[in-house]
Design a protein around this ligand. Sequence first.
Ligand code: AHZ
Length: 309
Amino acid sequence: PAVLATKTAGPVPVPNNDAKPLSHPLLSLFTPGAWDNFTFAPIRESTVSRAMTRRYFNDLDSYAESDITIVGAGSAGLSCAYVLGTLRPDLKISILEAGVAPGGGAWLGGQLFSAMVMRKPAHIFLDQIEVPYEDEGDYVVVKHAALFTSTVMSKVLRMPNVKLFNATTVEDLITRQDKETGEVRIAGVVTNWTLVSMHHDDQSCMDPNTINSNVIISMTGHDGPFGAFSVKRLVSMKQLEQLGGMRGLDMASAEDAIVKGTREIVPGLVVGGMELSEVDGANRMGPTFGAMVLSGVKAAEEALKVFDL
Ligand code: AHZ
């Protein structure tokens, strides 16, 4: 019910005889005077500090050896994490996201518009995560992109075998060279706090941390200040000759190309989402997200193949 503030007794519920009574344990607080006597149990600051840091450092300890690491928690990375975490609750999956807020470009549908377009059959993924949409025939529309992003994120974050390290940048890749064949395999990621990564030029001695991983899935988006990180690094470490470079926008063809092309680019590294457009010289699709979801699904499948996981 709506709440009125009174000078003397604090908030008082407005009676609404038509409404069903709300049942919520906290509603007992809505009695006159109850807020005045309200108090939490006492807590010491170090208790709060330890509650956070102990868990974080346990996670760092546990996920230092991950089965699968996803770099980038945009629409592609989060969709991939959802599929992997659902299919394989036995695997340890770490997600590294440079931003404080995961979600990449999927908080808005396009420009500053709210609605998010997904071409079919990506609607099947929406059904799975229980995000409603309007069916427009060959495509569906979610009323707000944030509804998609927050829902997939909340499902992923609940999974006991998935850990998101946000505000953490992947600033290099771990490599292993086979002594006999000379083949280089990507064997993990090199990480740092994003704020540290941004200040290597003006501070000294800020060495990174590492995560060893059987498979790395890179979904860092197209080129930009942070985007296309892994594939650019593959070029500078001479594992890829050159990048194709993302091409102009062609909605109809671009989405197919990204989904079809999602694959293991070099041993141990699967690339998908818009990062792949930089490798293959694929068009961009602009504000339509079905390919990001399906690339996430395909990347999950490819990753599980890599080591017969
Ligand atoms: O912060 C980045 C973003 O959240 C993160 N990221 C990038 N580099 C990173 C690094 N370490 C850790 N080195 C990093 N995280 O990766 C995320 C990428 O999300 P995104 O939404 O940019 O990419 P996506 O491929 O998931 O979705 C692309 C959506 C686009 S772009 C586009 C167009 O330009 O035409 N169309 C669509 C649908």
